[in-house]
Unconditional design. Structure first.
Length: 261
């Protein structure tokens, strides 16, 4: 007769619930996984399925009852760790949104806004277009699998139940500060073209005051912007891929800094 003790049951629950909490934190905040179009039941089922798949690769969990006070604190800690991984990865798309907003403002597309259900706010057409390309690139380079791999390795770098070091959290503001530099570098080539276009329009208006700047300036600026954007998109993939690699390194360094060292 098979006899299961309460201690064995608690150990099995801990081995399942603690990794699941960290994984659900990732799924709730990471790009692609956290899309609001995906029902919560599907995300929960995905989390349970991935947890069962990675369970044999994880180190032993601490002998803590998940329903106890300490167990609840550990679960909250795991959710924070998973959310930190997902939010840092989401900053990649915030960089693209910043670049597209700056470009759209210079092209005169800042008025072309629509409601974005993912962010809950307004988004420009150009930002949605570039974000779609970035999402496809993210899936093409297996970025979603890299995030899951980082999550699996995080249990080695940051074991469940240890006290987290505060130095690791400082990498999140550093990653956020990289948004501005990377965003403006992405937008810089097109901004240079639009700047030359606006200067040329100013010279033409100065040389021929009878020209209606509002009638011809807007179409020329938009045409120059679209033409330059078409040329830049050919190099968009390698640049975004390097940006993915940069943020994956930031996540790795952050997790190693959170652990015992």
């Amino acid at each position: 007769m098979l006899v299961i003790t309460s201690a064995q049951l608690d150990a099995w629950l801990a081995a399942m619930i603690f990794p699941l909490a960290r994984l659900l934190g990732l799924l709730a905040s990471a790009p692609v996984f956290s899309n609001r179009a995906t029902p919560r039941r599907i995300r929960l089922a995905t989390g349970v399925g991935i947890s069962l798949a990675i369970l044999p690769m994880l180190p032993p969990m601490p002998p803590v009852v998940p329903g106890s006070g300490l167990g609840i604190l550990i679960m909250i800690e795991q959710i924070f760790i998973g959310t930190a991984i997902g939010m840092t990865a989401r900053l990649i798309f915030a960089t693209i949104d910043l670049a597209s907003s700056v470009i759209g403002m210079q092209m005169g597309l800042s008025f072309a806004l629509f409601f974005d259900p993912n962010s809950g706010g307004q988004s420009s057409v150009l930002a949605d277009f570039l974000s779609l390309i970035a999402t496809l690139l993210f899936l093409a380079v297996d970025g979603h699998l890299v995030l899951i791999s980082l999550l699996v390795h995080s249990f080695e770098w940051v074991p469940v139940g240890i006290s987290l070091r505060g130095e690791g959290w400082s990498h999140i503001p550093r990653a956020a500060s990289a948004i501005f530099s990377a965003g403006f570098l992405l937008a810089l080539p097109l901004l240079a073209v639009l700047l030359v276009t606006n200067i040329s329009m100013g010279v033409l208006t100065r040389a021929s005051p009878q020209l209606n700047l509002f009638a011809i300036g807007f179409p020329i600026t938009m045409a120059a912007g679209y033409f330059s954007l078409g040329l830049i998109l050919s190099n968009f993939g390698p640049v975004i891929t390097r940006l993915f690699e940069r943020f994956f390194i930031i996540i790795t360094v952050m997790l190693e800094a959170l652990g015992p060292g």
